[in-house]
Write a protein that binds this ligand. Structure first.
Ligand SMILES: Cc1cc2nc3c(=O)[nH]c(=O)nc-3n(C[C@H](O)[C@H](O)[C@H](O)COP(=O)(O)OP(=O)(O)OC[C@H]3O[C@@H](n4cnc5c(N)ncnc54)[C@H](O)[C@@H]3O)c2cc1C
Length: 475
């Protein structure tokens, strides 16, 4: 019995699965297959009509939704596991400003080719995150979304292998059932088929003027609170309603607060002066600024790759993780900002030492044009918590209290009427207890979207072959 493939493939293990992983169960009948083409997948699916299919791209799902099919013992979940690593390719059509990835590509591969082509895309922060796994679940870009929209909005062609083995090419112009399928795949694609390639329309690298960070070493919770409250007020008043820049506040477990700014080509002020209020707030709260350069990013690629080294340093044996999020559709009220400071940045940070709270300004271009069927597309103010720790250095008691505290935070968040909670296909913990899970209306950004997605699921995968996705039941 071995779980080697699983351990090699995943970035982290869900808090809800760590104990089971230690028992090292391995499904007897699940097989890992490494397809090289859409044709390979098509033949496999057509010749095994009964088997469930789990697609694993970057392996970064916080619930290990697809990769877990390898570990789960017995039951109906035994599945063909498609590890897409041999379908990692990136090609560019410079004339059309289009870039095409294979179904197994990750963000590092995409960003490097995009850089060479002088392009820019609203990618996520992790270099080894799967481009398809991100896009088909409605992934958002905290750094670039306000200017470049969501990556799914830039899809001009999608190749997908369906449950019956047929291969389809879909575009924004696809009509009827195919049009619905294209749309559904930009928020719920992991439940619909195997996406074997995506072509994106690039923007120009010059869409980002500059960006950088202010780092404040608050040191403890008491010192963090007043500064964070002021920083959130600044975000609300100066950034959320300004489409030409974005701001992300990251709080790590030692209460260092990292504030990342991005200034787009539409920004006309002087960047350093624009953020002066943050420096004044730090001074007023008596917390030290330990780094200050909001113009260190000279290119889109500098910004796109700025967290790769930091993320590579997050390691555990295993790295245990749970993701949750809250957000608002309009400017957050003072009550919401207070809630973030007093409750969302919770005591669990002090036990789960690799955790991050990320507070982002979204909206802008992500809310214009085609609105994706994802809760992510509805948020202008977005806060997530990536609860993370090294499984080998946290006691069982602390693990249990971390989970209880985090669950209580989610319950408290649900009591805030203004907040959307765990509405994201990329930042929610889909293997949590059912009473904590979002409903379809929330995670797909509205009731009509949910109905469309259910209809598409019924049309194209009525036997639920693609059941390893981070959503509620769709059939
Ligand atoms: C370090 C880090 C940084 C992140 N940054 C961001 C961010 O900035 N913005 C954001 O929105 N999210 C972010 N995420 C979350 C991430 O985007 C999601 O977890 C995403 O779904 C991961 O995709 P994956 O392919 O890596 O994971 P996997 O676990 O391989 O796949 C996730 C889901 O997508 C499905 N899937 C994967 N590939 C395909 C395919 N080719 N066809 C059909 N279905 C497929 C899988 O079956 C599974 O259901 C981050 C996560 C991490 C760990």
């Amino acid at each position: 019995m071995s779980t080697d493939w699983f351990k090699d493939k995943i970035w982290s293990i869900s808090v809800n699965k760590e104990a089971a992983l230690r028992e090292c169960k391995r499904s007897a009948s699940s097989a890992v297959v490494y397809p090289k083409s859409a044709q390979d997948i098509s033949e496999l699916l057509a010749s095994n009509q009964e088997a469930a299919v789990a697609v694993v791209c970057g392996g970064h799902s916080s619930s290990n939704v697809a990769a877990w099919a390898y570990v789960e013992d017995g039951g109906e979940d035994n599945a063909i596991i498609l590890d897409m690593k041999n379908m990692a390719s990136v090609t560019v059509d410079k004339e059309a400003s289009e870039i095409t990835v294979g179904g197994g590509s990750n963000f590092r591969q995409l960003a490097e080719v995009c850089k060479e082509a002088g392009g820019a895309l609203p990618i996520g922060t992790g270099d080894t995150v799967g481009v398809c796994g991100f896009t088909v679940n409605g992934g958002l870009s905290g750094y670039f979304g306000k200017r470049l929209g969501m990556l799914g909005q830039r899809v001009v062609n999608m190749e997908i292998v369906l449950a019956n083995g047929s291969v389809k090419n879909l575009t924004p112009a696809s009509k009827g059932d195919d049009g619905d399928l294209f749309y559904a795949c930009l928020g719920a694609g992991s439940a619909m088929g195997v996406v074997t390639s995506l072509t994106f329309k690039m923007d120009a690298a010059t869409s980002l003027s500059t960006g950088g960070s202010i780092v404040v070493a608050c040191g403890n919770k008491a010192s963090t609170k007043p500064f964070l409250r002021r920083a959130l007020q600044y975000m609300k008043e100066s950034v959320l309603s300004t489409p030409s820049c974005s701001m992300e506040i990251v709080i790590v477990s030692d209460y260092t607060v990292i504030i990342n700014f991005m200034f787009y080509d539409t920004f006309t002020e002087e960047a350093s002066s624009f953020v002066q209020q943050v420096r004044d707030d730090a001074q007023a709260c008596n917390v030290p600024i330990v780094a200050d350069d909001v113009t260190s990013h000279k290119t889109w690629f500098d910004a796109a790759s700025s967290l790769w080294d930091v993320i590579a340093g997050l390691k555990g044996d295993p790295l245990v993780r749970a993701d949750h999020c809250i957000g608002t559709r309009t400017l957050p009220s003072d009550e919401v900002l207070d809630f973030v400071v007093d409750t969302w940045v919770g005591d669990y940070l002090e036990k789960a030492l690799l955790s991050l709270v990320e507070i982002r300004s979204l909206g802008g271009a992500a809310m214009e044009g085609m609105k994706l069927p994802s809760g992510n597309a509805n948020a202008i103010f977005f806060a997530d918590t990536i609860v993370c720790y090294d499984g080998s250095s946290v006691s069982p008691q602390d693990k249990s209290s971390i989970m209880q505290e985090v669950h209580q935070v989610i319950v408290d968040a649900r009591n805030q009427s203004e907040l959307m909670v765990d509405f994201s296909g990329t930042h929610s913990q889909s293997d949590d207890p059912s009473e904590l899970l979002p409903c379809g209306d929330e995670i797909f950004g509205g009731h009509d979207n949910y109905l469309t997605i259910k209809k598409v699921k019924q049309t194209f995968d009525s036997t639920n072959r693609f059941r390893f996705h981070p959503f509620v039941h769709l059939l």
